[in-house]
Design a protein around this ligand. Structure first.
Ligand SMILES: Cc1cc2nc3c(=O)[nH]c(=O)nc-3n(C[C@H](O)[C@H](O)[C@H](O)COP(=O)(O)OP(=O)(O)OC[C@H]3O[C@@H](n4cnc5c(N)ncnc54)[C@H](O)[C@@H]3O)c2cc1C
Length: 386
């Protein structure tokens, strides 16, 4: 029996595996390797950390949406790839492949800032969310929370933290610092103005041009030399790809797996890469952003190309078409840019919820989450540890 091996069950890996399983050729099996038995909906991690809902909304068991008599799940982390022997090491075991899909995602990039890894909470997994929530619950009155990184993740997090801290009556201050001289440099002026207005209204401070240079237990020293006291420091400043060691050199761009227009590793016709671990470029030369919507599109495209290659059909060139950008800020409010049309409010928030619902893996889970959101909207946030 021939094998297709998928490494990673985030958006890219789950969509690739599901697409392949729908038309799995009779002489193939599919093996999925992932450290956890659950698919984790990462864009909701900060809402899990701030009590908007529980773990059951953010995770879906892999077995609930990947089922096939020739499907095998290996719960472990892949440790090494051998491109010549066509195998992936998983602990002491080795899994052979005819086609390999790399979708190992990304982790936190602390950019070597002294003390960052030791003293900051990060925001990447359910475990991280549990740590942040527990830290928020145990804050004393008038505490100071510093969020490092004023990109979309840091800003969304600051809004959720401010609402949660206010519900807990902690009278906490929330400050976001960023090395960039402007808030959200990637968005339009109208978009930025709406976000700035929200931050101002909710007393969230934004310090531009202030990269973190050193972190200690209760303080952040910026590159400009100023020292901010902090009772809780959360790092939301960047990602780096989860690369897997290989016995042969794999082409990389800026540390990411380099792929061609069919999402194949360069010079490797039977290995594909998708999602946050891959450096994907659109035909216009612009890099595709590391987002859930691009990981979904890339995972689906890889599934089509693996099947096309097996069936000796031409491969499809990958082109990413953005569906728009929505930044949620607390309960029932978001700012959206859909094809250049910028608007804010409840409708934008609801559009974001709809987009998330459609990206979830099964209909029962979507229905469950919809019910949870409807009920949760009128309730106080969950103030129990995860
Ligand atoms: C807090 C937060 C908010 C975000 N908000 C948004 C948003 O609003 N909109 C948006 O579009 N995107 C958002 N993103 C980004 C989005 O979540 C990622 O771009 C997306 O998850 C990437 O999907 P992926 O499949 O490449 O990787 P991941 O979702 O990271 O999945 C990778 C999988 O691979 C597994 N893995 C890692 N190493 C190995 C290994 N060695 N062997 C086997 N398996 C391995 C991991 O355990 C994981 O299951 C957000 C991210 C975060 C953290």
């Amino acid at each position: 029996m021939k094998s297709i091996v998928v490494v990673g069950a985030g958006f890219a890996g789950a969509y690739a595996a599901r697409g392949i399983l729908r038309r799995l050729p009779a002489d193939y099996q599919l093996v999925l390797i992932n450290p956890s038995p659950d698919f984790v909906f990462k864009p909701l991690i900060h809402e899990l950390a701030t009590g908007v809902f529980g773990k059951s909304v953010v995770t879906e068991p892999i077995g609930s949406f990947l089922r096939h008599k020739r499907f095998q799940f290996v719960q472990a982390a892949a440790t090494k790839i051998d491109l010549q022997k066509q195998s992936v090491s998983v602990g002491r075991r080795s899994v052979g492949y005819d086609y390999l899909v790399l979708a190992s995602g990304s982790g936190t990039n602390f950019f070597g800032v002294p003390g960052a890894e030791k003293f900051c909470c990060k925001l990447e997994s359910v475990k991280d969310a549990a740590l942040i929530k527990s830290a928020l619950l145990s804050l004393r009155q008038n505490s100071r929370i510093v969020i490092i990184g004023g990109g979309p993740t840091g800003i969304e997090l600051s809004a959720e933290v401010a609402v949660f801290a206010s519900q807990l009556k902690k009278n906490a201050s929330v400050t976001v610092i960023d090395i960039s001289p402007r808030l959200l440099p990637q968005v339009s002026g109208r978009f930025r103005a709406k976000v700035q207005k929200y931050l101002l209204k909710h007393s969230i401070s934004f310090l531009p041009g202030s990269g973190a240079a050193k972190i200690s237990k209760n303080s952040v020293t910026t590159g400009k030399g100023s020292k901010l006291h902090a009772d809780l420091i959360i790092w939301a400043a960047g990602i780096k790809p989860n690369l897997i060691a290989a016995s042969q050199r794999i082409h990389q761009v800026e540390g990411y797996f380099a792929v061609d227009k069919y999402l194949r590793l360069k010079n490797c016709r039977n290995v594909f890469a998708a999602g946050d671990c891959a450096f994907v470029v659109n035909p216009d030369g612009k890099p595709v952003p590391a987002l859930a919507q691009s990981a979904v599109a890339e995972g689906s495209a890889v599934a089509k190309n693996v099947l096309a290659d097996i069936n000796n059909k031409p491969l499809h060139e990958f082109v990413f078409h953005s569906k728009g950008f929505i930044l949620t800020l607390g309960r029932g409010y978001a700012v959206a840019d859909i094809k250049g049309f910028v608007f804010a409010g409840f409708f934008a928030w609801w559009l974001n919820r709809l987009a998330y619902l459609t990206a979830m893996m099964t209909f029962p889970h979507r229905f469950y989450v919809l019910m949870k959101w409807k009920i949760g909207f009128f309730r106080r946030r969950n103030a129990k540890k995860i």
